[in-house]
Design a binder for this molecule. Structure first.
Ligand SMILES: Cc1cc2nc3c(=O)[nH]c(=O)nc-3n(C[C@H](O)[C@H](O)[C@H](O)COP(=O)(O)O)c2cc1C
Length: 202
């Protein structure tokens, strides 16, 4: 099949785009509002986009489900220019899901999901203390895309890795099994890995 988004009707029961761009890592974005109140929400339009210096991006689309308000993460980051990103392990899946609810601005999803806060060293927002790894970020730039997507680029200025998730100096990914988003309501977790040598590498 072929269709042109915005022009043709795909004729499928659900929009297939997010199922095609999958799996997507989940950035668990924490921020503070101007009053110092914490916010936490998952974003799967998320990725690393540079490594020297390390850079990340996430994209916010549309309002919160069921309410007219815009999303708190973008308002907070516009106002305070800092955020953290935590990795969602398989063990944290329910807490991550709770934190995605459409709560009023100022409500603290760390408390709702019963998640202890880790204290950042370079930026002010807390991160998910039990996450296998968390990134402290300073806002680099906000870019408005066609339609309603707004992309936030951040420079990573601090990196936390929980010692128990390091094995022989490497991140033990299959130990903590990071969650990733597929299409529809589906997720996957990394439970196995394999390695390949690039051409010319031994
Ligand atoms: C796994 C998952 C991934 C999500 N990814 C995105 C995303 O990439 N962009 C987005 O705008 N909303 C995304 N959402 C929805 C937000 O998490 C939700 O709207 C949340 O209420 C926003 O919280 P905030 O207002 O505290 O920022 C996602 C939800 C889940 C459960």
């Amino acid at each position: 099949m072929f269709y042109r988004p915005g022009i043709d009707n795909h004729g499928l029961p659900h929009n297939p785009f997010k199922a095609i761009v999958a799996p997507r890592p989940i950035g668990w974005i924490s921020s503070l509002d101007v009053h110092g109140r914490s916010n936490l929400a998952p974003y799967s339009f998320f990725n690393g986009v540079g490594d020297d210096p390390p850079m990340v991006m996430y994209s916010t689309t549309g309002p919160k489900i069921g309410v007219d308000e815009g999303k708190d993460s973008i308002s907070n980051i516009r106002a305070t220019r800092e955020f953290c990103v935590s990795v969602v392990s398989s063990a944290l899946r329910d807490a991550m899901n709770i934190s995605s609810g459409s709560y009023a601005a100022g409500e603290d999803e760390f408390e709702m999901a019963d998640l202890p806060k880790g204290t950042a060293r370079v930026v002010a927002p807390p991160f998910v203390a039990h996450a296998p790894a968390s990134l402290e970020c300073k806002l680099h730039r906000i870019v408005n895309l066609p339609g309603d997507a707004v992309v936030v680029f951040g420079q990573v200025v601090g990196i936390h890795i929980r010692e128990e998730h390091l094995k022989d100096g490497l991140l033990d990914v299959t130990g903590y099994q990071p969650l990733a988003r597929l299409g529809y309501r589906d997720y996957t977790a990394v439970t196995e890995t394999f390695s390949l040598n690039r051409p010319g590498q031994t």
